[in-house]
Design a protein around this ligand. Structure first.
Ligand code: FES
Length: 287
């Protein structure tokens, strides 16, 4: 069992958990992820590492309750345990001095972009942070990002906080103001990452995106996380999760990301409606 030592509700359906996992924390680097199972027989879900503390031996993850497993995870409190917690998985972000780096986080993507921004600044970069959310209520970690970046720009879709608009509006301004940006890293919902890459392509700004494809084993064996990058098949779990955004086939990714939607919907309905929350194989948990 991996103990939750801290839980914080950041916004309705958006929570942070800090998990005691010293072996994972000892090796974790910015850009990597973990896979957890809430309980025996449960679904394996990947979550990006939002922070780690080697001394305390903890990993911090932020998640949004969207389906059965994340809703179930959201019911756990401090002191509760998680059945499995595997990581760190994936390749870490390539951290070096690029001169100036722009780090863009949209929605829950603000969590994984934070340790990357911090590491990029520690490596000597000027870091321009751009974060955005649909509205003020679900915007989080502005304080952490402000500390991690050289400067921070904030937008909300509805204008309830920061600039009224999208992160791409702020990114366009930053690119035009700051000549010679060395790299853009964008993490967030697929449409947002796609919009960022469409913009930066026009300016010839190299852009890395972190792909949140569906995963099962997380070690390159099942093929579930398959993505096409530059015309080649890659596995997001072992070849990524970060890839050159200008080479990613976002259309294919979008198609593949919804292939289990009917089953996910069914699992969620069963979880919400059936008191024992049995999975379809008759055991507790899972789909
Ligand atoms: S999750 Fe199975 S190959 Fe990547």
């Amino acid at each position: 069992m991996y103990r939750i030592i801290k839980k914080e509700v950041l916004a309705p359906t958006l929570s942070l958990i800090e998990i005691q996992a010293p072996l994972v924390a000892g090796k974790a680097k910015a850009g990597q992820f973990i896979i957890l199972r809430v309980e025996e027989g449960g679904e394996r879900i990947p979550l990006t590492i939002a922070d780690f503390d080697r001394e305390k031996g903890t990993i911090t993850c932020v998640f949004q309750e969207v389906g059965k497993t994340t809703k179930q995870l959201g019911t756990l409190e401090e002191g509760d345990g998680i059945e499995d917690f595997v990581g760190p998985l994936g390749l870490p972000t390539h951290i070096k001095d690029y001169g100036s780096v722009v780090c863009v986080g949209g929605g829950v993507g603000v969590a994984p972009i934070y340790p990357i921004a911090r590491a990029m600044k520690e490596a000597g970069n000027e870091v321009i942070g751009i974060i955005g959310a649909r509205n003020k209520e679900i915007l989080f970690w502005e304080d952490r990002m402000r500390a991690a970046c050289t400067e921070l720009r904030v937008a909300t879709d509805d204008g309830s906080y920061g600039r009224h608009g999208f992160v791409t509006d702020l990114l366009k301004e930053a690119i035009e103001e700051k000549k010679g940006l060395g790299l853009c890293i964008a993490i967030g919902p697929l449409p947002m990452m796609r919009a960022v890459t469409n913009l930066t392509r026009e300016y010839g700004l190299k852009t890395m995106v972190s792909l949140n494809s569906i995963m099962v084993d997380g070690t390159g064996m099942c093929g579930c996380c398959r993505v096409t990058v530059g015309g080649e098949t890659k596995f997001a779990c072992v070849d990524g999760p970060e890839f050159d955004g200008h080479l990613v086939d976002f259309e294919e990714m979008a198609r593949r990301s919804v292939i289990y939607k009917p089953m996910e919907q069914l699992a969620l309905e069963r979880y919400l409606n059936e008191p024992e929350h049995k999975c379809c194989c008759g055991r507790g948990g899972g789909k």
